[in-house]
Design a protein around this ligand. Structure first.
Ligand code: ADP
Length: 358
């Protein structure tokens, strides 16, 4: 089993001017076998959260509960969790085999032949059988990370904790390792909490993602839920690449409008917004803005000048400015639009997101 609950955990550091609330009343339940990604910008409290789960840091308040039992007061070695670090944290003077077996030798009474067996199985899983007699200095970054993962696997923990484990690898290897880690997690079926600041990693790897900002949970859900129904403007801007476009708009006459454009609202959205104040933020993703013929036929269409055209091979981005914002529009890769051209566009009401002004 590996059912984990973070019950209202808060972590504060320092006093007076140096006082920081690194994690603020975080309340999350993680299912047995689930792959949960903790994601957010640098300094949002991801590592502190992971370190509290591991027992490397004590919460100021709140509890960590594993399979129904509070483990908050337990030492790291008594929590049955294995942590994998960005820096690999291998012992440089030990071979890969020694690195993988050391923890079991030190903290358990396990017989040597069972430890050998576990190291053999984990090294097969990680494809590092041929590297077991080498020391970290003789291994590439990717190979060292495999050894570090192998070391976590031999412990047969209830929970894996991973702190940006792929961020020291080059882009290509990182992409392959993402898929491999996902497959491995599924095969092993061990509850995994994975920290990253990279929204692409979050979107592609986890069963669910928990998005943090300033120590506070912004949203938790499947990648699709967080993408399609962002809980607030922060999540909307953080998830998705290129980022969602935002405009300060006013509600009136059945429309959301700026000086440059208006979006006619269907009854359902209008009635949902009515009764609030009349100022909102309208968000729309670059790929949802209509252009070309589709836009011309749209009753809310308007014309903008394109500043920059960026062809990326599979898609082309137009950069422009209107409604008081810099705007990215995604168009067909075969477009013949050039900088300085006027293009007709429209923001379809069905694709907009509306947020309170912050
Ligand atoms: P992340 O992993 O998301 O980058 P951290 O959990 O490392 O964020 O840090 C969250 C906040 O807590 C930051 O403001 C950071 O400066 C602060 N912090 C983290 N560890 C300590 C510490 N040991 N002492 C004081 N402040 C800390």
């Amino acid at each position: 089993m590996g059912q984990l609950a973070l019950e209202h955990i808060t972590k504060e550091f320092g006093e007076g001017e140096n006082h920081v609330v690194a994690v603020d009343d975080l309340d999350i339940e993680i299912e047995d076998g689930e792959f949960l990604i903790l994601v957010g910008p640098s300094g949002c409290g991801k590592s502190t959260t992971l370190r509290m789960i591991a027992g490397l840091e004590q919460p100021t308040s709140g509890d960590i509960v594993l399979d129904g039992a509070p483990v908050t007061q337990r030492k790291p070695k008594d929590r049955n969790m294995a942590m994998v670090f960005q820096s690999y944290a291998l012992y440089p003077h030990m071979t890969a085999r020694e690195n993988m077996s050391f923890g079991l030798k030190m903290t358990t009474e396990m017989p040597a032949d069972e430890i050998d067996e576990r190291v053999r199985n984990a090294s097969e899983l990680m494809g590092i059988e041929g590297l077991l007699e080498k020391k970290p200095g003789e291994l590439s970054g990717g190979q060292q990370q495999r050894v570090a993962l192998g070391r976590a696997i031999v412990r047969d923990p209830e929970v894996f904790l991973m702190d940006e484990p792929l961020s020291n690898l080059d882009a290509k290897l990182r992409t392959t390792m993402r898929t491999e880690l996902q497959d491995l997690q599924q095969d092993l079926d061990v509850t995994t909490i994975y920290v990253t600041h990279d929204q692409t990693e979050a979107m592609t790897m986890g069963d669910r993602i928990a998005i943090l900002n300033d120590g506070e949970l912004q949203q938790i859900g499947t990648p699709a839920e967080c993408y399609q129904e962002p809980a607030n403007q922060f999540v909307a801007g953080f998830i998705g690449s290129p980022s969602m476009n935002f405009f300060d708009v006013a509600l009136g006459g059945g429309e959301l409008s700026t000086d440059d454009f208006a979006v006619t609202l269907p009854e359902s959205i209008e009635s949902a917004l009515a009764g609030h104040n009349s100022e909102f933020v309208l968000g729309i993703r670059p790929e949802e803005i209509l252009s070309g013929e589709e836009a011309v036929e749209h009753p809310d269409s308007f014309s903008v000048e394109v500043n920059v055209v960026e062809p990326l091979g599979d898609v082309t981005y137009l950069y422009t400015e209107f409604g008081g914002s810099e705007v990215t529009i995604s168009v067909d890769r075969n477009t013949e639009i050039k900088p300085g051209d006027q293009v007709t566009i429209a923001l379809p009401a069905a694709e907009i997101h509306v947020f309170d002004r912050e």
